[in-house]
Design a protein around this ligand. Structure first.
Ligand code: AMP
Ligand code: ZN
Length: 117
């Protein structure tokens, strides 16, 4: 889709640090990491968010989750643990409207939910 940041990254039109790729998914390092390891996994085709993706193409959502697990293993986090995050909508602070899975870890993670402070 034109004017979609993550479609442009998948197409190679905007640079990103690729960490994993399958026929249907692309994974790259988050530009503003929230943990020692912070990777984004996206479907190569454009879907608005995880719920829309689940309704439109559940196998592709499963591909995204499996790719996230492969990233966690490749980053050495399968033993120590990691976190998958799928933000949806304003309250979650969503900023990019192409479905993406955050894979976070590489160190003990903080609590999540209500804002801190
Ligand atoms: P969300 O808030 O769930 O929509 O997450 C969007 C994520 O995309 C944020 O964690 C951003 O840091 C990340 N991001 C934005 N632009 C880029 C980029 N050019 N390359 C890598 N990650 C990006
Ligand atoms: Zn897109």
């Amino acid at each position: 889709m034109s004017d979609c940041l993550f479609c442009e990254i998948v197409a190679g039109d905007i640079p990103a640090t690729k960490v994993h790729e399958t026929g249907t998914t692309f994974a790259f390092r988050d530009i503003n990491p929230q943990a020692k390891v912070h990777v984004l996994v996206v479907p190569k085709t454009h879907h608005e968010d995880a719920a829309e993706l689940a309704a439109a193409d559940p196998r592709l959502l499963a591909d995204v989750i499996a790719a996230g697990a492969a990233v966690a293993k490749a980053e050495g986090m399968d033993g120590s643990g990691f976190r998958f995050v799928l933000n949806t909508g304003e309250d979650a602070g969503r900023t990019v409207f192409h479905a993406h899975l955050h894979v976070l870890g590489g160190e003990p993670l903080g609590t999540f939910g209500r804002p801190t402070g």
